[in-house]
Design a protein. Structure first.
Length: 173
């Protein structure tokens, strides 16, 4: 009840502003100005905090993207280092006199693991020559359509849809 009485007194004093002394009027104006300054400072602090929050969210997103890129680059380097091993395994399977199921299983397992990381073999035989995907190591005279891949000398690979290694091929001319 005292609070209401105090509020009523302030309202009464504001209404009868003429009867207030000059000192009280100055104090009241000073308090109103301080209140405006505090409200502006509150607004500025809130705006600054919101900007800082947005900046932090953007920073965290950029860090996650950068970590993802680093991970892909590391994975790409590792896969690139494994490709010669895969080539040797393919050559061993192709040149063995008897079918070695063990080598074929190892190759299958290696391909499955690398595929899980985004590696895909290019299918090139019978395709139209594309300098972005193929590297011509030999051209062969043929009555077939010009620029067609006849034989694959070395496999080409894509990593997450991008060329990791071009296929070395023989092409018709």
């Amino acid at each position: 009840m005292t609070e209401e009485k105090g509020d009523q007194e302030v309202k009464y004093e504001e209404e009868n502003n003429e009867s207030l002394s000059v000192d009280v009027k100055k104090k009241l104006e000073k308090l109103k100005e301080e209140l405006k300054q505090c409200q502006q400072e509150k607004h500025d602090n809130l705006t600054g905090w919101q900007r800082a929050q947005a900046d932090f969210i953007n920073y965290r997103r950029r860090q996650e993207e950068q970590m993802s890129e680093w991970s892909k680059m590391f994975g790409e380097g590792l896969i690139r280092d494994i490709l010669p091993v895969l080539d040797t395994l393919d050559a061993s399977i192709a040149h063995s006199e008897q079918k070695d199921k063990g080598l074929e299983m190892v190759r299958s397992q290696l391909i499955k693991t690398l595929s899980g990381h985004g590696l895909a073999e290019m299918k090139v035989v019978g395709e139209k020559f594309d300098h972005n995907l193929h590297e011509a190591v030999e051209t062969i005279e043929s009555k077939d359509s010009e620029g067609q891949v006849l034989e694959e000398v070395q496999k080409g690979y894509l990593l997450n849809g991008k060329v990791l290694r071009t296929a070395k091929v023989k092409v018709t001319k």
